[in-house]
Ligand binder design. Sequence first.
Ligand SMILES: Cc1cc2nc3c(=O)[nH]c(=O)nc-3n(C[C@H](O)[C@H](O)[C@H](O)COP(=O)(O)OP(=O)(O)OC[C@H]3O[C@@H](n4cnc5c(N)ncnc54)[C@H](O)[C@@H]3O)c2cc1C
Length: 408
Amino acid sequence: MSARADFDIVIAGGGMVGASLALALAGLPLRTLVIEATPPADAAQPSYDDRATALAESSRRILEGIGCWAELAPAAAPIREVHVSERGAFGVTRLRAVEHGLASFGHVVENRALGQALWRRLKLQAGVSVRVPARVTGLAQDEGGVTVTVDAGDGGTTAVRARLLVAADGARSPTRTLAGIEHETRDYHQVAVIANLSPAEDHGGTAFERFTSSGPLAVLPLARGRVTIVWTLPPERAATVAALDDDAFLAELQRAFGYRLGVLRKVGRRASYPLSLVQARAWHAGRVVLAGNAAHGIHPVAGQGFNLGLRDAAALAELVARHPADPGQAAVLEEYAEWREADRARTVRDTDSLVQVFTSELATLRAGRRLGLVGLDLLRPARAMVARRGMGLAGRLPRLALGRSLGP
Ligand SMILES: Cc1cc2nc3c(=O)[nH]c(=O)nc-3n(C[C@H](O)[C@H](O)[C@H](O)COP(=O)(O)OP(=O)(O)OC[C@H]3O[C@@H](n4cnc5c(N)ncnc54)[C@H](O)[C@@H]3O)c2cc1C
């Protein structure tokens, strides 16, 4: 062990949630350290990879509040309409943002663009230090703080002392394990295959959610006329599809999606993500608290994982702003846990039921979802509720998600 440094808050993981949290905290009179294992522009970076993220309106507001939206806006594609359909069925549901008095339901941004914007801004913050590449490899707690062991991969380790340690190091969170927080995992036995491509026709800001017998397929608008797909498939089928050459992949995708956007062309690299529901059994242990996927890894069918994690970050920053003298005190973390558990439970329940309904082959559920699709189109209030939740505007909202500053 070598030198010790002291911080108010150490964040393990500078992925999408950890970096956002650091920026939310940057305006407070606190010293924050972000420890990130993989440089943000590295090809192997697991958070800022080839995926794109559908950002709910609440997330756009948070990103605006932490000073990143201006840079992201030109690279973001607005979702003006959501089109839900089922292969081989008649029910089609259209949700239009204008019907809800909105210009858009949300925006789609590529994860690499998010990483660039977050980290460019992070490096400008006087109150935020970063260590990258470096890993959290150990921790010890006492009443007044946490001593965090940091390994920079150069043969030595450093001990860092903080009042609060935030585990924002993803669904497999080593920091969560080090803190002794257990988690449960439910394997969906599904794999999401993602890719970007250019359809012949303009997407016009429409996001498509198509339910096929092998699983849901989302086609989301991207800037410059491109689209990104999230194709959920059984593992063997996903392996086969992901291994196809470009032409065969496009032909297979065209069969599943149809010609709503004309001929599908110019597909980029494919990447696969095995899907499971991961939920931590507690939100904190002593002075270690969880945020983002470290607390909840959910199915991407409704595109809610990062949106939920960003609300964790905004909520935690808000509570810390009220108690800057000791952000790791039990009262702060208990309020955070109670607040976030309500949002997590609601989001997991909504997402999980969507997964069950739309991946089931049971005849009753199939009939039910057809009725559901048609019914959803007819029931305006139900659609308004679905839209509101999808925009991340349900339940108790952090101030940043309301477009306000952190302070009262
Ligand atoms: C196919 C797919 C599509 C998705 N689409 C959407 C969408 O449209 N909308 C949406 O809201 N969500 C979406 N999600 C979910 C979203 O990607 C995640 O919720 C989000 O990545 C969580 O961010 P995070 O920062 O909590 O964790 P991660 O993104 O996993 O980042 C964790 C970070 O911690 C670092 N790290 C790990 N271990 C250590 C250590 N020991 N020390 C230091 N650093 C460490 C990693 O390098 C990484 O940078 C999707 C997910 C998938 C799989």
